[in-house]
Design a binder for this molecule. Structure first.
Ligand code: AMP
Ligand code: ZN
Length: 113
């Protein structure tokens, strides 16, 4: 998937609507369209990077911004503040949108792996 046809680039450009939770210069956090938990956000670096396999050293700050956003989201959680981060890399892992992103899941017990 190139940048031109990338659904997340279109969401970042506001060409496609989304439910925005958090936004800054580097990151967009939206609600997942098909939530797998009561809280299911997608943390999406605005730069089009396919996945971790394609991550250049120069993009490390974009990757680190995912953790910074997760920390900010986690501080708003109730209960014991547990959450899970998932990044799929490659089709066989379940990656369906080839613009690097991290799933932020919370609000239920996730003791399976
Ligand atoms: P992955 O399968 O790891 O690539 O994750 C892609 C995620 O994007 C899936 O969980 C989809 O439900 C979600 N998704 C796809 N299109 C949209 C959209 N337009 N708005 C919000 N989430 C989306
Ligand atoms: Zn993209």
């Amino acid at each position: 998937m190139d940048i031109k046809n990338c659904i997340f680039c279109k969401i970042i450009a506001k060409e496609i609507p989304s439910d925005i939770i958090l936004e800054n210069d580097d990151i967009l956090v939206i609600k997942d369209l098909h939530p797998k938990a009561p809280i299911h956000y997608l943390i999406i670096p605005k730069k089009h990077i396919v996945n971790i396999k394609e991550l250049h050293d120069a993009d490390l700050l974009n990757a680190a911004q995912i953790m910074i956003a997760a920390r900010e989201l986690s501080r708003k959680l109730s209960g014991d503040g547990s959450f899970r981060l998932i990044m799929n890399n490659g089709a066989d892992s379940g990656q369906s949108v080839f613009h690097m992103h991290c799933h932020f899941l919370s609000g239920k017990k996730m003791l399976d792996f």
